[in-house]
Design a protein. Structure first.
Length: 210
């Protein structure tokens, strides 16, 4: 006979908390950041909105829990952390190229992250400020390595990276929001996506030649 799961208060609480956390993603995906209200989240979870303030300090605390559990920036960077350890200040062009290519793929296929970026550039909140700081810390680790490899060279890799990351975000948001081309390129099509990926690699290649 299969062993019955304990249906006590602790298990019920944890299940309810996970339902509420998951509901944040559902609402973010369907209604965007403006839809992240207690009513919408509790409805998506199929639970009483009162549980939000019982299990979390506030809606913001619930949303922050969701964002941190998803860990978008680490996921988007692929195995960049392992490459940072292995690099030791060498082959940083490949490291940045790898990180940007992964970020492009992850961002393109993740509607929730797309909504978070729109939220980030539309409204200043503590939740996203802290998340942005996490992202910056990861970038700082990469730039520490590029500073070693590019020491004495007139290459502003931070500015180049900033433009490439901003381009990735805009191209994806434009393609997903309007379903139209940008500079006659459609990244919703494999050919268009490959052109952007090749361009990222080409820009970095030329930058490192200086």
């Amino acid at each position: 006979m299969a062993k019955k799961r304990y249906q006590g208060e602790i298990n019920d609480k944890e299940r309810s908390k996970q339902k509420l956390i998951a509901a944040v993603g559902k609402v973010l995906k369907s209604k965007g950041y403006t839809g992240l209200t207690a009513t919408n989240i509790s409805k998506a979870a199929g639970l009483s909105r009162r549980l939000i303030t019982i299990y979390f300090e506030s809606v913001d605390d619930l949303v922050e829990t969701y964002v941190r559990e998803k860990d978008y920036w680490i996921s988007a960077s692929g195995n960049t952390s392992e490459m940072i350890v292995a690099s030791n200040g060498k082959d940083t062009k490949e490291l940045i190229d790898h990180m940007l290519q992964n970020q492009l793929d992850y961002f393109f296929h993740n509607p929730e992250m797309q909504k978070l970026i729109l939220w980030e550039i539309s409204k200043k909140t503590k939740v996203l400020y802290d998340v942005c700081e996490d992202r910056e810390r990861l970038g700082s680790k990469v730039f520490e390595l590029t500073d070693k490899e590019l020491h004495g060279k007139d290459i502003d890799i931070r500015a180049i990276s900033a433009l490439l990351v901003a381009g990735v975000y805009y191209m994806v948001l434009h393609a997903k929001s309007t379903n139209t081309t940008f500079c006659e390129i459609d990244i919703n099509e494999p050919q268009g996506m490959n052109r952007i990926k090749k361009a990222i690699s080409s820009i970095l290649e030329n930058a490192y030649k200086n």
